[in-house]
Each structure stands twice: as C-alpha cells, then as structure tokens.
Design a protein around this ligand. Structure first.
Ligand code: SF4
Ligand code: SF4
Length: 481
C-alpha cells in the first residue's frame, strides 16, 4: 500500500514539475527568449477590435475637457484627482480610499468568477505588448521561425537594419506612450507647454518624459511578458484568487487525453482529440503549455484557443478542446455556479458600492465647519451687547474662485469677520475667525441657538446651526426681591 502511494505521489510530483520553473527562465537561471507564432482566428480578430477601441479611449481622453478642466486627471504628486470631470482633492481622501477598496473587491470578485479576462483583453501591458509591439515585430522580422533565425544569425547588414528599425519604432512608440502617461498626471495643457516652451523652462517635465520613455521602451523591448509573471501583483495573486469554479482558458484533458500524433490516413481511434501538433504552445506569448493546467504565466490571451480551433477544424473535430471553462465543468461536467466565496464578495461589493454612491451623491462643492472658539466664553460689549468668537474652515472643492459671505439667519444681530475677506481660490482652503454680536435683550437662555448662512455670491451653500453663549440678564422685579 505504502509503495502504491509513493508511486502515485511520485507521478503527481513529476506531472507538476513544470511548475518548478517559469517558462522564460532556463535551468541555469538565464532568460529564455520567447518567439511566439503569430496568432490568428476569431478571438484574435475580436481582440483587435477591442484593442482599437481601448487605444482610441486611452489616447483621446487627455484631450477631453469638462468646464475647462481635464475629464480625467491623476495628479498623484499634488494629490489632485479629476474623475469624469469631478474634482477630488486631499479633502476627499476617504472617498478615494473607499473607491480603491471597492475596486480591489471588484477585481477579486471578477477574478474569482471570470479568471484573468482583464489580463487578456483590457490590461495595457498585454494590449501594448501583444497587439502593438508584437505586431511591429512580426512586420519587420517575420513570423516566429524567421525571428528565431534572425536572432541566431550573425550581425550582417540586414540584421542590423531590421533590429535598428524595430528599436527606433519601439522607442518612438514608447515616447508617445510616455507623453500621454504624463498627460494623465499633469494634464494635456501642461504637457503642451512642456513641448512648446523652451526646454529650460520645464527641465523636470522633460526629465520625466525621458525616464518614462526609457522605462516603457525597456519593458516592451526586453522585459516583456515577465511583467505579468514577476512584477504584476495581480498576476501573482492568481493562485489565491482562482478556484476550480473560476472560468479560465483551459485545456479539456477529458476530451484531449490520451494525446497522440495523427498519422496521415489513419484514424484517431483509441486516443483523445489532442494530436500533439504543438500549435497551442507555439502561439503562446508566455511560452507555456496550457495542456499542463492553469499556470501563473497564462495571461488568458486566447491565442491557444484560436490555434487549437484551427487544428480541430482541420481534423474535423468539434472546436473548444481549449476554451473558456472552469476546471469543474471539464472534470465533473458541472454547470457554472456561484460559489459561497463569490456570493460573499458580491455582498461586500454591493455594500461598498452603495456607501460610495451615497457619499458621491451627497458630496457638496464646499465643505464648511463652524465651531465656537474653544476656551473662550463670551465677551460683554458696550451698549448692552454680548459677543462670541467662532472658528471657520471652508474648503472649496470646485475649480472656480469663490467669494464667501456669512449672514445671521434666525436672529437680529451683527456678524463681523476678524481680519480678511473670505476669498477662496479654486480647490483652496480658508480658515478665519468671526464674531457674532447680539443684544443682551435677546438673550433668554445660556445657549441661544443661532443659524449662520454661508453664501458664495448670492448662492446659499450651507446653513450651520450653532449657539451663542451668554449670561441671562436678570429681570428688574427679580432684583428688587
Ligand atoms: S493545438 Fe490542440 S491539438 Fe494541437 S497540441 Fe494543442 S491542444 Fe493538442
Ligand atoms: S496559455 Fe493560451 S491563453 Fe494563456 S498565455 Fe498562453 S496562449 Fe495565451
């Protein structure tokens, strides 16, 4: 019995041995360059369309303005963000944190149910690498066999020309990406200034462009698919995010095994549908064999689905030997179901989205705080009057300058600012002090409720309820007693 278990365990360990190393590094720890075959097929065509749409959105967005401001701005340095034309500053930090948590939960939920669809179809790394840079490589250096040959060939004039042309184009595209990347951080207007003004006026901006261009060029020319396996935290989390019910790109081993070569004129009788043509491995941009099972390197690019469907068409077998499917649906023929984990994430996401939506809908253009100055009671004034001092704090969340006025709304009295007028710069904060002065005749209790209207121009932006602290005046008949 022990022997059997040991043998089975050995087999299991051997069958999983491909997980001991990643596909782009050889046993000596050196980089293994991947030369994937040019993909083609219905999924690739669909990805081409999605890519064009996403690239148009990516490059057009920095030009879009709402009320003279960028539609999207991600100014991490100054902690200023504009999302869909709505400004968010440091004062909205809690909203940003909540939005980030909701996004993370959404990603976890989406991945638990649909696997790495995002990686294959939407992620900028995959889009640029596989649908832009790789296409240029095919165009200049040819398909995978020609590329391998060129790679191994001595440095002849032809090789130098092809490699130089490729890298010049790669750098130019990286330069364009870097500019747009910066436009998302500093806005397109600022970027145009950097480009059009004398270089000496924008040294920092120019350095940023050069650094970003260099980083993008290095990633897409040399580091490539390793971003997904070694750097991207989302990629590395797949092991814990996916389960046997997640929909991934999977090889149907029930249908495909035992695999075996199909000889001309022979029927594939006692074998599965996989004819060992190796096409699914040839097209894989991360250099893996999907038939081994779900792997960290797989970015769900769909190239192997197209390749295998092509083979199945040729040998007149149904398509889908490699397809979008869950492991349980393949092994147990189980239908898709929401797992308790997915249900839990859905509830959490619904709550977070609800809270976030409520906070966004009730968010105002100004945040106003009024507090009676701590430590001070009241001041008796000549003419039978009494006053209290208040602290005022106003945050202007808009892009417009605002002149602020305060008015007593519910009682006769004076309201006078201490010092400056209240002028708020766009996205600015003002702190000030003011006095509320009432006649002692109007004081009937220790805490007199007062309402202060805060106006921007003629528009009432907030009404604050507070109180004025004062001694109660003794009535004449009370004194005589
Ligand atoms: S492409 Fe399909 S048939 Fe060919 S090796 Fe891959 S799984 Fe097997
Ligand atoms: S295994 Fe298939 S889907 Fe995954 S990266 Fe390779 S080709 Fe793309």
């Amino acid at each position: 019995m022990n022997e059997i278990i040991t043998e089975e365990r050995k087999k299991e360990v051997n069958s999983e041995s491909f997980r001991d190393q990643i596909s782009t590094v050889n046993k000596e720890g050196k980089r293994k360059w991947v030369f994937p075959k040019k993909p083609s097929g219905r999924f690739y065509n669909a990805r081409n369309i999605v890519t064009v749409i996403l690239l148009i959105i990516l490059f057009a967005t920095p030009f879009i303005k709402v009320n003279g401001q960028p539609f999207i701005l991600l100014d991490i340095i100054n902690r200023n963000f504009i999302l869909f034309g709505i400004p968010f500053g440091p004062h909205d930090f809690f909203l940003l944190v909540l939005a980030m948590i909701a996004t993370i939960v959404f990603i976890i939920l989406f991945t638990a149910v649909f696997g790495r669809v995002f990686c294959g179809w939407v992620c900028p790394q995959t889009i640029f690498m596989e649908m832009v840079f790789r296409k240029i490589e095919y165009w200049i250096e040819g398909d995978f066999r020609e590329q391998k040959k060129l790679h191994a060939a001595p440095w002849t004039g032809k090789k130098i020309f092809k490699k130089t042309l490729k890298h010049v184009i790669f750098y130019s595209i990286s330069f364009i990406i870097a500019n747009f990347f910066l436009a998302y951080i500093i806005s397109m207007d600022e970027l145009i200034k950097i480009i059009s003004d004398p270089p000496s006026e924008h040294i920092q901006g120019l350095i940023a462009i050069i650094i970003f261009s260099g980083v993008f060029y290095w990633i897409f020319s040399f580091f490539r698919e390793q971003v997904c396996t070694m750097v991207c935290p989302y990629g590395r989390l797949q092991g814990v995010l996916l389960d046997r019910d997640s929909i991934v790109i999977a090889y149907d081993n029930v249908r495909g095994e035992p695999r075996g070569k199909l000889k001309k004129g022979e029927e594939h009788k006692d074998q599965g549908d996989c004819i060992e043509c190796h096409l699914c491995v040839d097209v894989c941009p991360t250099g893996i064999d999907i038939r081994n099972g779900i792997q960290l390197e797989c970015v769900n690019c769909t190239a192997c689905i197209d390749a295998c469907d092509y083979v199945m068409d040729k040998i007149k077998k149904p398509r889908g030997l490699i397809r979008y499917a869950s492991i349980n649906s393949i092994e147990k023929n189980a239908k898709f179901k929401f797992t308790p984990r997915a249900i839990g994430y859905t509830i959490l996401l619904t709550v977070l989205t609800g809270v976030l939506t409520f906070l966004l809908v009730t968010r105002t253009d100004f945040s106003v705080n009024i507090l009676r100055t701590p430590g001070l009671l009241y001041q008796e004034r000549p003419g039978g009057k009494v006053s209290n001092i208040y602290d005022l704090n106003i945050v202007n969340k808009t892009f417009d300058k605002a002149e602020i006025f305060l008015k007593l709304e519910n009682i006769e009295g004076e309201l006078s600012m201490v010092g400056k007028d209240l002028v708020l710069e766009p996205q600015g904060i003002v702190e000030a002090k003011f006095l509320v002065i009432l006649s002692m005749n109007d004081i009937v209790k220790m805490n007199t409720p007062i309402e202060i209207g805060v106006y921007s121009g003629n528009e009432l932006i907030k009404k604050i309820s507070t109180s004025l602290l004062a001694p109660i005046k003794k009535k004449k008949n009370e004194t005589s007693l």
